[in-house]
Design a binder for this molecule. Structure first.
Ligand code: F6R
Length: 260
């Protein structure tokens, strides 16, 4: 697992955006796995800047989002579809039909989830999956106890996640308690995983995910089993890492090898 620590939130978010931009330049029809929440907003802001100022072209990119609240239609202001349209899709040149966010209003979720997995496979699989992390170590909505082999399915949210997400709703009672989410197994199938975490609130989860045992109690720890997983952090999110010095040394060696 590659661990990159940048000096602040802006720099970590830019770094994540540049990895995505580099892929899109190299592979204009790349398949991106995307996340919502507070964390990726600055990263998306940098992608929008690169599109506007440097012509980064998203016209052939395809995207699949990790998750959606069950019970919210795509036009609900707190739906993840709305979030993505507002914070990214509506500000770059990606055709909306190339973007996929799980639906929050299906009758038959078994069929829907299977079709979502089929659509990812039909697109050739996800080239790069962007992830955030919950304070309990979840990725997507794979809460503690989720199978590390899980696929797209419905999950109940923990009280901690409901409380964390209440800040996006007017009233805590309005936070949905169920979500449709890619599974840990779905995420691990991506060719590359990029987890972005910023702020002191994520330091404990990052310590568990990066240096703790691989366990379904901290689903982000499954990334330790991935061949190409990178965790990019700001100083605050990295604060509890025990082997920080080693990660920095590895990163310096890597950059020295790559620079001419
Ligand atoms: C959102 C998602 C979640 C968030 C996580 C962190 O699509 O998959 O796992 O990444 O809950 O959320 P923030 O970034 O709001 O702290």
């Amino acid at each position: 697992m590659r661990v990159v620590v940048e000096e602040d939130t802006e720099a970590a978010s830019r770094w994540a955006a540049w990895q995505i931009a580099e892929l899109v330049r190299r592979k204009p029809d790349a398949v991106l796995g995307l996340a919502t929440g507070g964390t990726p907003i600055r990263c998306y802001g940098e992608l929008i800047r690169l599109h506007r100022e440097e012509g980064l072209d998203f016209s052939r990119v395809r995207t699949f989002n990790l998750d959606e609240y069950v019970g919210l239609a795509g036009d609900h202001p707190q739906s993840y579809r709305c979030f993505m349209n507002e914070h990214l899709f509506g500000q770059i040149n990606i055709p909306l039909e190339n973007t996929h966010v799980p639906s929050g209003t299906e009758d038959d979720y078994d069929r829907f989830c299977e079709a979502y997995e089929d659509a990812i496979r039909a697109a050739g699989g996800i080239d790069l999956q962007l992830l955030g992390i919950g304070r309990d170590g979840h990725i997507a909505f794979n809460e503690p106890g989720s199978s590390l082999a899980s696929r797209t399915r419905l999950k109940a949210l923990t009280q901690e996640t409901i409380d964390d997400n209440a800040r996006f709703f007017n009233d805590a009672d309005q936070v949905p308690v169920l979500a449709v989410t890619m599974g840990v197994g779905t995420i691990l199938d991506a060719a590359q995983c990029l987890l972005l975490a910023v702020g002191a609130g994520k330091a404990s989860a990052i310590r568990m995910a990066v240096e703790g045992p691989v366990t379904s109690q901290v689903t982000a720890s499954a990334l330790q089993l991935h061949r190409q997983a990178t965790v990019v952090l700001d100083e605050e999110a990295a604060a509890w890492l025990q082997r920080r010095e080693y990660y920095d040394r590895s990163e310096r060696a890597r950059r020295a090898r790559l620079s001419p």
